[in-house]
Design a protein. Structure first.
Length: 279
């Protein structure tokens, strides 16, 4: 399941990017279900892909693009790039950067589809970018000052994660343990170095989705019906990018694949079968 896995080229591989305070391991349950359906998964740790030199956001986006190219070389098929929350933002940014190359886009980021799960589209204007910068840097300072456990006590109480409080006890315990397994410096980097204020603007994101469609690359945006914020973003995508498949998933919140792994695996593979393999 890791970045160094080898793949059979029966279907395109799925490259799945995790969210904030997570690691590739967070995709394990879904990856097992996807494997039962004949799909192989690469789920890297983003900090490992990013390395330690240069601008943090450039480094993680470049690392994702390199992994995608490596999987393409191994399999001979363009993989499907899937990103959840922070991972979705990074996947989208990698696609935007490739799109700017026009004729070189498929060489830089050779994907057959892009799937965004509960992912921000970037700031609408400079004012929102500055607001996001101050917020994210404030959060980074908080985790450095208070430590991981105190920060996560606050983070998990945010309304965004309310639906996760209904998860089974073992799932909640595993989620909590994964979050607490981080160190303050890594979390601060993800907040300040990979935050939404570094993304291209929302207009660029929506233009990228249309550009993907023009190149024959399918795209989908997924949001949970219980996640008011990202459900609204899903409707923005639906209105602005008719070529993008938009699914608002009933009875789940921000992390769809955690809250309903079987339903997520079924939905994702059914869509991939129809949108990618049918071509």
């Amino acid at each position: 399941m890791g970045a160094g896995s080898s793949f059979e080229a029966v279907r395109p591989a799925l490259v799945c990017l995790h969210g904030f305070a997570q690691r590739g391991e967070s995709w394990r349950a879904v990856a097992a279900l996807l494997a039962q359906r004949g799909w192989e998964v690469a789920a890297p740790d983003l900090t490992a892909l990013a390395g330690g030199a240069g601008d943090p956001f450039d480094a993680v986006c470049d690392g994702v693009a390199t992994l995608v190219r490596d999987v393409f070389r191994q399999t001979g098929r363009r993989p499907i790039l899937v990103g959840y929350s922070m991972g979705g933002r990074i996947a989208l940014e990698a696609a935007i950067r490739a799109q700017r190359l026009r004729d070189g886009a498929d060489e830089l980021l050779p994907i057959s589809a892009l799937v965004l799960e509960s992912a921000g589209l970037g700031p609408a204007d400079d004012g929102e970018r500055e607001e996001l910068r101050r917020r994210n840097e404030g959060w980074a300072a908080r985790v450095r000052d208070e430590g991981v456990e105190a920060f996560m006590d606050w983070w998990e109480a945010l309304p965004l994660f309310a639906s996760q409080r209904s998860l089974p006890d073992d799932a909640r315990a595993a989620l909590r343990a994964g979050r607490l397994g981080n160190d303050p410096a890594t979390l601060a980097l993800e907040l300040s170095g990979w935050g939404q204020h570094h993304q291209a603007g929302k207009a660029d994101a929506l233009a990228c989705l249309d550009g993907l469609a023009a190149r024959g690359v399918a795209s989908a945006y997924l949001a949970g019906a219980l996640d008011r914020k990202y459900r609204a973003i899903a409707e923005e995508v639906r209105a602005a990018s008719p070529a993008t498949t938009v699914r608002v998933v009933p009875s789940v919140g921000h992390n769809i694949h955690l809250e309903d792994p079987e339903g997520y695996a079924r939905m994702l593979t059914d869509w991939c079968d129809s949108a990618v393999l049918a071509d």
